[in-house]
Design a protein around this ligand. Structure first.
Ligand code: AP5
Length: 239
């Protein structure tokens, strides 16, 4: 007998432009299945904040809305998804972001190590979250984040109960440094140029699912979970 918090879900990839709601929805999927969220954006920002060698290398790229180098991000993901907490599955939020990263991931997951973690040869469930371009600008310029618990708000669309303060732990909310209008344009352009082809890569293999993310948060969660249920190892006859 298994339930959502004990069965094998497998890897889940959330694709979508900046502001599509990948972070917001990842946190809800984490709650539902008790599997970790792996956000390459969060991992890179942590490196920058801690002033590590990696952080020094990528700091200016993040601030300018450009992508970090594939090799560097692949190494971070390689290390992270081999940890024991990924045994039943995990959510990749913001990775892969180039066709080269997608190709690397497919090869990496063929390693026998992943059979040991019960993921078997089940390929990641790939879901692209689509949102209207103008809505994205609104979402990004209004975003506020709690530095302590990571909860995401929006001053226009999902405001906290008290302006500027996290509902959960009372921390002062922050604005991400790449959420400035001029950088947002560059991030959206990088998405079109480098990340949209990732969806085409998966579509070419018949592996792309699409969810309308231009709906209320609860409805998007419902649609994402429906897709995950339809394509998870359990649906494919696994445990
Ligand atoms: P990353 O942190 O991944 O940022 P991103 O892809 O630009 O996505 P965002 O975090 O901006 O948006 P989101 O889709 O998570 O939306 P959110 O849930 O916050 O990457 C940052 C940088 O790191 C990159 O630019 C790059 O430099 C580097 N990087 C990261 N990964 C990399 C990789 N693989 N390779 C190379 N470089 C990499 O929601 C946004 C707002 O909308 C919030 O305010 C939220 O409250 C609101 N909202 C969400 N859903 C809804 C809804 N349904 N209705 C109304 N409002 C909503």
């Amino acid at each position: 007998m298994t339930d959502e918090t004990s069965r094998n879900v497998g890897p889940i990839i959330l694709l979508g432009p900046p502001g599509a709601g990948k972070g917001t929805q990842s946190k809800r999927i984490v709650q539902h299945y008790q599997i970790p969220q792996i956000s390459t954006g969060d991992l890179l920002r942590e490196e920058v904040q801690r002033g590590t060698e990696v952080g020094k290398q990528v700091g200016s790229q993040l601030a300018a809305g450009r992508l970090a180098p594939d090799d560097l991000v692949n190494r971070m993901v390689a290390e992270r998804i081999r940890r024991a907490d990924c045994a039943r599955g995990y959510i990749l939020d913001g990775f892969p972001r180039t066709p080269a990263q997608a190709g690397w991931l497919d090869e990496y997951l063929k390693q026998p190590f992943f059979d040991n973690l019960r993921q078997g040869k089940h390929l990641p469930i790939v879901i692209r979250m689509d949102v209207d371009y103008n809505q994205l600008l609104h979402r990004l310029t209004g975003r506020r984040t709690c530095p302590a618990c990571g909860r995401i708000y929006n001053v226009y669309l999902q405001p906290p109960r008290v302006a500027g303060i996290c509902d959960v732990d009372g921390s002062k909310l922050e604005i991400r440094s790449d959420d400035r209008e001029e950088v947002i344009q560059d991030r959206l352009a990088a998405y079109e140029r480098q990340t949209r082809p990732v969806a085409e890569y998966y579509q070419g293999q018949g592996r792309l699912q699409i969810v309308n993310a231009d709906q209320p948060v609860d409805k998007v969660t419902e649609d994402l979970i429906r897709e995950i249920e339809a394509h998870s190892p359990a649906a494919a006859g696994g445990s």
